[in-house]
Design a binder for this molecule. Structure first.
Ligand code: ARG
Length: 588
């Protein structure tokens, strides 16, 4: 469906043509002087050069034609040649009425439906999730939902870190505690027990203890590296234990992610693609892409246009061991062969910028991907504390994600109870829902690449540019609609009418711009655009609400129109918060 701006551009283009000028000069934009007009066209300025006439003269002749148009309620030309415009109430109504009937509110289908894989989350098994994993999960989940809403086929893959040193550390830590486990008996040939020899609680203690010890005790670290190697080379007992670590970790990770409305379609990990590495390495060697340099196998990824240092991509270390990027390349190979995506999007900390540049170049050069496969990396900034340094616990440690979420939920509960409206049990549930909005909106409202400050008090506030403010506005709308329904009517069947007041019109104009906003958010993979939009909508709604008698409106017909605008506002806000990855309660 055409956007409202496109429709207006069409009408002004017609007028330029009728007045004897090129219709392409009629481009309309949203006004940057909302005090004067809603839209503007600056085409007369460009026309002046081509037609060698005063711009005001051209603008005037276009305005003369537009005066008869029923698309505009106001047309005006001002020196030196701006055309100021307001859309007519009727045209706005017609447009709004149409998008209200469309489940995508006027967002057109993509020209080409793409298969997109999103690699986000990236937790490491055996290690608890910490705040460093929060942004990847929050932003990745939202981008997944935005692309899906746009109509693309999207697959989210958690890409577990299940191959590194942490595996050896846990295995060794366990061996110290329980040396008699059958997994450590090299002569054992039978099946291993189905049940893991540790619980998630135990696992959470084994890793930090072993990690600490490895930093203090060189010999222990050596042994952990040996254990890692045994696990990686497939020593039966070690591999079986590794699988148990994954088996025990994954349900816990799922639970933690579910707590913040994050879920993945695939739970693949680094370990799943290790079988592909030997074949990939031979292929790279046989085709002359990879060569030995100081004993290590590398692929050059430097390009002539490079101005910065671009080290080669290392495929195997001199001892033959694979690296983090070897696994990422094998994962690309696996994804291409298994899913053949048009696009793969990665979300990591922005410090991995050079790393992904190398991996992508290597994948392209060695033709692991098709020529038209897009590889996209989104690097996000750091979540800082109020001191402007990376967020830490009070005693300076790494904050566990679980604790951060719990803290946000209890702060939210405190604030909800201050309002003192809800029964305890409901308050608890509502606080959980609203806390997720506080956490996610606080993150997503910033451009991903920027650092931001985690400010619990601000994020959980019901006022200002926050998640709870948006939800509060939605709850307000729901409550008015519920009251309307109590009078035996059905608010969702209410029919839209032409706007009656200026604040209502301003709200409608924003609702009409949903499709343009969403198209931008999809093209730029930018959840912050959705946040900025719903903040504007919430503000416009609240202005309208404070100025308008809704339930007390005596004219039933008018009232129905007002309720219908509320309904559309609510639906659009619901759609927006859904793509951001949170939801609204019925009361709060
Ligand atoms: N597991 C990694 C970490 O905790 C993040 C993985 C990012 N994704 C990737 N395909 N390399 O830092």
């Amino acid at each position: 469906m055409k956007s409202l701006v496109e429709i207006l551009t069409g009408a002004v283009g017609d007028a330029f043509e009728k007045a004897g000028y090129d219709r392409n000069l009629g481009k309309v934009n949203v006004s940057n002087r909302p005090d004067l007009c809603e839209y503007q066209c600056n085409g007369a300025m460009a026309a002046a050069k081509v037609y060698k006439k005063a711009p005001i003269q051209i603008a005037q002749s276009v305005v003369d034609v537009l005066k008869d148009s029923d698309v505009f309620g106001m047309v005006d030309c001002v020196a030196p040649g701006f055309i100021n415009l307001k859309v007519s109430d009727k045209a706005l109504f017609d447009y709004i009425d149409e998008i209200a009937k469309d489940p995508k509110f006027g967002l057109s289908k993509p020209e080409k439906i793409k298969k997109i894989m999103i690699d986000y989350g990236g937790p490491n098994v055996a290690k608890p999730l910490h705040v460093g994993h929060l942004r990847s999960a929050i932003i990745g989940e939202s981008i997944k939902r935005i692309c899906r809403f746009a109509g693309h086929e999207v697959i989210g893959d958690v890409h577990l870190g299940d191959w590194g040193l942490q595996m050896g550390l846990v295995i060794l830590g366990l061996q110290e505690e329980k040396p008699d486990l059958v997994y450590f008996d090299d002569s054992y040939t039978g099946d291993y027990p189905a049940e893991a020899p540790f619980t998630i609680g135990e696992l959470e203690n084994i890793y930090p203890a072993a990690s600490k010890k490895s930093k203090e005790d060189e010999a222990f670290k050596e042994r952990a590296m040996e254990a890692t190697k045994k696990f990686q080379t497939g020593v039966r007992g070690y591999r079986a234990l590794g699988q148990q670590i994954i088996n025990v970790s994954v349900p816990d990770l799922k639970k933690n992610y579910a707590n913040i409305n994050v879920s993945f379609d695939l739970w693949k990990g680094e370990s799943d693609v290790q079988d592909r590495i030997p074949g990939m390495v031979s292929y790279m060697k046989d085709n002359g892409f990879a060569y030995l340099s100081d004993g290590a196998l590398v692929v050059d990824v430097k390009e002539d246009k490079d101005t910065k240092e671009m080290p080669p991509c290392m495929i195997l270390k001199s001892d033959g061991a694979a690296l983090y990027n070897t696994t990422d390349l094998a994962t690309i190979l696996d994804r291409m062969e298994t899913y053949n995506p048009d696009e793969i999007i990665y979300l990591t900390d922005k410090r991995q910028s050079l790393y992904f540049e190398q991996v992508f170049r290597c994948a392209r050069k060695t033709k692991l991907v098709n020529e038209d496969t897009k590889l996209v990396w989104i690097g996000f900034g750091t979540m800082n504390g109020k001191d402007g340094k990376p967020f830490k616990t009070r005693d300076g440690g790494v904050m566990r994600l679980e604790n951060l979420v719990a803290d946000t939920k209890s702060e939210m509960l405190k604030k909800i109870k201050e309002g003192n409206r809800l029964p305890d049990e409901e308050a608890l549930k509502v606080a959980d829902i609203v806390a997720v909005s506080a956490l996610k909106y606080g993150d997503l409202s910033n451009q991903a690449s920027k650092d931001y400050i985690f400010d619990l008090d601000r994020f959980t506030s019901f006022e200002g540019d926050t998640g709870p403010y948006i939800l509060y506005t939605m709850v307000r709308i729901k409550s008015i609609m519920a009251k309307y329904d109590q009078s035996g009517k059905n608010s969702f069947e209410a029919k839209l009418k032409v706007p009656v007041t200026e604040t209502e019109k301003q709200l409608m104009l924003l609702l009409a711009a949903f499709n343009t906003m969403m198209e931008g958010a999809v093209n730029e993979l930018a959840p912050h655009r959705v946040c900025a939009y719903i903040y504007d909508v919430a503000n416009a709604f609240n202005r309208f609400y404070h100025e308008t008698r809704i339930l007390n409106e005596e004219d039933e017909d008018k009232k129905e129109g007002l309720i219908a605008v509320l309904g559309l506002t609510l639906k659009i806000l619901e759609t927006c918060i859904d793509v951001l990855g949170f939801e609204a309660p019925d009361r709060m």
